[in-house]
Design a protein around this ligand. Structure first.
Ligand code: ADP
Length: 636
């Protein structure tokens, strides 16, 4: 490619650009943070690649970022001597959106500018943010290791297309030149730029350089002015924030680093910064975000911790550093022990990594426990008190995955769980709260799983519990069913699903009730036998129950069986599910059930009982038309 070529932006880029230029007015200055962040990433990448190929440094081993401006030309230029881009990379990286997360984000845009601006604030717009202040951007770059004649110039006005051409560029790395819009004159000032860099980029470990200003006397001694001199000075602290001592870092700086690594506009709920010493030495800086990312449920991705080794950036999204159920945590781990050339595969096997992972897991659980303590702390501010509920609302469901994934911390996790219950509409009941309220003689923690809170609350299975005033936890998260398999007891008390197995209220029933139930069962035996025969294709068994008060019948599964709800969920997800035949339990006291014995329509009634029980717990009859026919026949 020697001649200029004009190429079109990928559709999503054009969409993003339109939005950036039309709605991101409130916080323009972030463009500088984004561009410096890219420059810093580029230097990190060079340092990393150079571990195996020292020649990439090309006699310029001091990595740095320079920020310069030209008042006359109205341009602002950010230059780095990082990895640079080849021609093809410039086309790909600056013309398309490669990251699926960003693409997904763009697909959430509605076209409503206000709503979109809100959304975009939650997301790093990266390079394209330059167009907030510039009506033209020109990027010149050469990739480390390529000859000078293989440089590239990329230019665009931020509309539908961009141009690329080959240039000669002796210096390795990238310069991004912004041609400032009329309303962006502010940024042609050393003072202004320094203050933005101080605010957003102080923690960057690379030196950021600007030209020193000098006083220049005016002609004929008529005043004078500050002008840019030839000397460059470092304008940031240039030491990675996490390597500093806690007392030297302000809350604002911690929050700024968080925003930078998470692209989240909201401050984190909590963070923890520690230098861990002992057999394995590392620095951990971990954050709990205030809200969940779009792709929280994608277990494949979204690990949020960056790995550094002795200050050298090694990789993003180092999933080996935290278990998957803590994938929402953001932060930085800087190890002193790992080799610089560590690979993802190596990470999986390293003993040091195992120690880091355990240490970080404990630290994160500790942070969450601290939020839970704040909730109950009289002295805490309203804002601090609300943090745990906020956290739990966003991440509680993911945390539950830990029950199945992290046996070592199961007890700690169980204490952090909160549920809605028959006594609380919000997910605020802890297992300990529940235990403290258990009735005299109650031997289990009862729960029910359902798709919605309303379905759980209205389930016939709860009738006897309600009558006896026994609290039941209502579980509606998709993972509950699975996660609860791993939590058979809490603090010595078993957890028992009210929809599994026969209910054994044990000591909660008095002698009179037990006797009456036994007698009813005896008298009902012949009817039961007929019911079993009539429903033999649908029900595993039919039995009499004491769990129902107002309803004629309900369905349960055997103790070891998969719940019907889980089976439905798996089926919807397209998975093969072993055919589960439920058990039909009938309430011998119910008028409809009493009617069975002398009825001429025994079979129809039996099927209706079964199908209605299925409907009541959220399922659908196998043959809805047949169900309707039977009901109508009886109605007539
Ligand atoms: P992000 O940084 O989140 O990946 P950007 O839109 O900011 O997204 O940048 C897109 C890509 O362009 C980067 O991933 C990187 O590959 C490339 N890029 C941007 N700025 C530079 C730079 N200064 N040096 C080298 N590559 C860069």
């Amino acid at each position: 490619m020697t001649q200029k070529k004009t190429l079109s932006f990928q559709a999503e880029v054009a969409q993003l650009l339109h939005l950036v230029t039309h709605s991101l007015y409130s916080n323009k200055e972030i463009f500088l943070r984004e561009l410096i962040s890219n420059a810093s990433d580029a230097c990190d990448k060079l340092r990393f690649e150079a571990l195996n190929e020292n020649a990439l440094y090309e006699d310029a081993p001091n990595l740095e970022v320079r920020v310069g401006f030209d008042k006359e030309a109205r341009t602002l230029t950010i230059t780095d001597n990082g990895i640079g881009m080849s021609q093809q990379e410039a086309i790909d990286n600056l013309g398309t959106i490669a990251k699926s997360g960003t693409r997904e984000f763009v697909s959430h845009l509605t076209g409503d500018q206000k709503a979109d601006a809100q959304l975009i604030g939650q997301f790093g717009v990266g390079f394209y943010s330059g167009f907030i202040v510039a009506d033209k951007i020109s990027v010149e770059s050469r990739r480390a290791g390529l000859p000078a004649e293989e440089g590239v110039r990329w230019t665009s006005g931020g509309a539908g297309d961009f141009e690329v051409e080959t240039i000669n560029r002796p210096e390795r790395g990238t310069s991004v030149t912004l041609h400032l819009r009329d309303d962006a004159t502010d940024y042609l000032s050393t003072w202004k730029l320094k203050s933005i860099i101080g605010k957003y980029s102080d923690h960057i470990s690379l030196p950021i350089l600007m030209r020193k200003e000098e006083w220049k006397e005016g002609a004929d001694n008529k005043g004078g002015e500050m002008v840019l001199g030839d000397q460059w000075e470092t304008v940031n602290q240039a030491s990675a924030l996490w390597t500093r001592s806690k007392k030297d870092v302000t809350s604002e700086q911690y929050q700024e680093l968080y925003k930078q690594i998470s692209h989240d506009h909201e401050p984190p709920l909590a963070w923890s910064h520690n230098r861990v010493e002992g057999a394995t030495e590392y620095i951990q800086l971990l954050y709990l975000p205030a809200h969940a990312p779009f792709d929280l449920w994608n277990r494949e991705k979204a690990a949020g911790v960056k790995l550094y080794v002795k200050r050298v950036f090694i990789m993003d999204e180092a999933e080996a550093l935290l278990p998957s159920y803590l994938r929402f945590v953001k932060g930085v781990i800087d190890s002193s022990d790992l080799p610089l050339n560590v690979s993802r595969e190596l990470l999986q096997e390293s003993r040091d990594v195992k120690a880091i992972r355990e240490g970080c897991t404990k630290r994160v659980l500790g942070m969450i426990e601290d939020l839970a303590k704040l909730e109950k702390d009289e002295a805490a501010s309203t804002e601090d008190k609300a943090k745990f509920a906020r956290f739990y609302g966003e991440f509680g469901a993911v945390l539950k995955e830990g029950l199945g994934e992290d046996f070592g911390n199961r007890d700690r996790l169980a204490k952090l769980l909160r549920f809605a219950s028959t006594q609380s509409d919000t997910a605020s009941v802890s297992l300990a709260d529940y235990k403290a309220r258990m009735k005299e003689g109650q031997e289990a923690i009862y729960y029910i799983t359902a798709e919605t809170l309303a379905a759980a609350r209205n389930s016939p299975q709860l009738e006897v519990f309600r009558k006896k005033g026994i609290e039941v936890l209502l579980m509606t998260d998709r993972v509950d069913e699975w996660a609860l398999n791993y939590l058979s007891e809490f603090d010595g008390t078993p957890l028992q699903s009210v929809a599994k197995g026969a209910v054994d209220l044990g000591k909660l029933l008095d002698e009179g009730e037990k006797k009456a139930a036994e007698e009813a069962a005896e008298a009902f035996k012949p009817v039961l036998a007929r019911l079993k025969e009539a429903l033999k294709d649908k029900a595993e068994d039919v039995r009499i129950t004491t769990r129902l008060v107002d309803s004629p019948a309900c369905l349960v599964v055997t103790d070891s069986g998969m719940s019907m709800q889980l089976a439905r969920m798996l089926k919807q997800a397209g998975q093969k599910v072993p055919e589960v035949k439920p058990v039909l339990e009938v309430n011998a006291e119910h008028p409809l059930v009493k009617k069975l014995e002398g009825s001429d329509h025994f079979d129809d009634l039996a099927h209706i009982l079964f199908d209605q029980a299925l409907l009541a717990e959220g399922g659908l009859p196998d043959d809805p038309a047949a169900y309707v026919k039977r009901v109508n026949a009886l109605l007539v």
